[in-house]
Design a protein around this ligand. Sequence first.
Ligand code: GZL
Length: 323
Amino acid sequence: MLKKITTVASVVLLSALTACSSGGGGGTAPSNGGGTITMGFAQVGAESGWRTANTKSIQDEAKAAGIDLKFSDAQQKQENQIKAIRSYIQQKVSVIAFSPVVETGWDTVLLEAKRANIPVILTDRSIDSDDTSLYKTFLGSDFVEEGRKAGDWLVANASGPTTVVELQGTTGAAPANDRKKGFEEKIAAKPDIKVVASQTGDFTRSGGKQVMEAFLKSQPKIDVVYAHNDDMGLGAIEAIKAAGKVPGKDIKIITVDAVKDGMTALANGEINFIVECNPLLGKQLMDLAKKVVAGEDVPARVVTEEGTFTQEQAKTALPQRQY
Ligand code: GZL
């Protein structure tokens, strides 16, 4: 079980990793002749509060930067993202940016973009490819570090045998793979902490609720829920309440994102700890796009800044939260 919750404030500020981009994009980026930059953006979907905030940031910052944005929502289907990227290639946009719904299966379409001399920027999620020339840079969080922060909190706050159920993100997605990896790395320090069940809830509230209902039926004892995002954690809260238990007390909950609904549940004591994942990537993306189109070098990797929140910190932070 968990010891009395202690508050551990930890804000880790990660700055851009400086390294010349190894990404080629097939020679220099198409000359834009100083005209309006057009960006084709293939978004994952609208599956969570985080995604909604991320989309708004991209649309608002494109407008502010004077970049003509072509935007598509793939409803979390890789084939739809690939179709969107192909349409941007046909439209001869200046630059393509996207958040890959899963890590694999991108080399063919990104090679088509490279041959069309259209530079590609990865945002939010990365891909698992040996060919780093397929994209200019990857702007987004370190998901393994996010998993480590969640695991560190549990190790610091658990005592004695502690059973954990895990609500994983979308199968094959970088945040799902990496948040699991970082969490497991840290809880290995305390063998008394055991993940007894782990299943995807696809980053959605309904998915988190359905999986948690099944866990509550199949698991004799659950001390902690580790949800890869707030939305699945909020779905789990509904299931826990319907089972007559008190979320945040009978069953502790750790989530990732720190969107408003999650932070509200944290401040109310229904969630115990949240690791922030910053969705406000729009400004950095537009700055990177201008450099890439101008043929300037950009860092191969830009890590976003983000922290963590305890229940006390959420009460203070909530009024200032933008999303
Ligand atoms: C993380 C992002 C994840 C969020 C989820 O950067 O890809 O996808 O954590 C979202 O809320 O659905």
